[in-house]
Write a protein that binds this ligand. Sequence first.
Ligand code: PLP
Length: 455
Amino acid sequence: MHEGAAPLGGFDGMTQGGNGARLDAYWMPFTANRDFRARPRVVVGAEGHSYRAADGRRLYDIFSGLWTTGAGHCHPKIVEAVSAQARSLDFAMNFQMANDKAIALAHELVGLAPAGFASAFFTNSGSEAADTALKIALAYHRARGEAGRTRFIGRERGYHGVNFGGLAVGGIGPNRRVASAALPPGVDHLPDTLDLSRNGFSRGLPAAGAERADELERLCALHGPENIAAVIVEPVAGSTGVLPPPVGYLERLREICSRHGVLLIFDEVITAFGRVGAAFAAERLGVVPDIITIAKGVTNGVIPMGGALVSQRIVDAVLQGPEYGVEFFHGYTYSGHPIAAAAGLATLSVYREEGLFETARALAPAFEDALHAFRDHPKVRDVRNFGLMGAIELEPRAGSPGLRGLEVHKACFWEEDLVLRNGMDILQFAPFLNARETDIFAAFDAVRRVLDRIE
Ligand SMILES: Cc1ncc(COP(=O)(O)O)c(C=O)c1O
């Protein structure tokens, strides 16, 4: 524990949480639960760029929440918008009626999206956004008389959340395994874009590998494009350790999709809202998909919200039939929740007023330098980055994959007052859009100390 830190404020063991709460009552997501309970890492507050731990320490957050909170924690304007909305309209039914904030946020999002985008369909999470996008793709083809287009193509190492549709198109073995037999059929996967032999230690987009998009051509030939509804990819894969697309790769995907009438979905749950120095990776990388999924940064992580942004031609195709008829039988009780929408509106205005997409872009070169300083570290296998997304891939410890990464996360938390994320042995970094360079350098100094001293 950090020198002089107070005891753990009640969070001190297997069954005792704060206020006597039983720790094992909480089954934690994507967590080694039993390991966690032995020494729980608990935060009780946050402000700006830091968390406050249960033992009173301030922890610098080099992961912006979970890629979510680019504008910083507890931003006063967003906090105020949320509390004002809770006082004025806490909830309203969103089926066959609407609230003003949901309409206003949809308008703003469509304005921010690439030209040709027309509507936003709201969800509560990125997982729901992915499943919604897949269903919109099916509805589009069906409405145009191509109901046979039902197949989806995802990508290995892709992450589209944990609902059945997103799992099926996702490409992470351990996530899929438990649901394997129950996943929707008719899904293929493109190969992932990581190629350490050709692109190790790339700064930004790797030079080699655009031809991996040609696998889509092969799948079109195999199944017949008339049977394929959509391709879904993260423009920069995040969760499996920051895999920027090779130069020209996304352009090739776009071209093949367009040629075969297959929709292209970009899952921008991580990459949207400044993370890559623009409103969307689509804008930054100059490739426009047909549907964009969002979540996380749309509300700065403050209130759960996601959505699918949809191009005009899709909306035009789906909104057909008698005017009194529901065109798309899909939605969530909380689609367009007024408090989430108010948080979203405040967040977008903070991004705009504080110029955060621009600050993120300006910060990216220093972040890149700080990351790539690990290039020669003996425990490092690769370093990758794009915008304010960065990863340091460690050499796994023999016989215990994932352990070294977890130990770095824990040592940073307890000994360096720093929060970072490890996905197995890949350390992931997502600084705030308005992070200070000195804080980023200090964080990486801490990571280096930990890497030097752990096994
Ligand atoms: C690209 C992508 N899609 C979907 C999701 C799932 O979002 P959620 O956890 O909000 O369901 C994530 C979460 O990290 C993500 O990174």
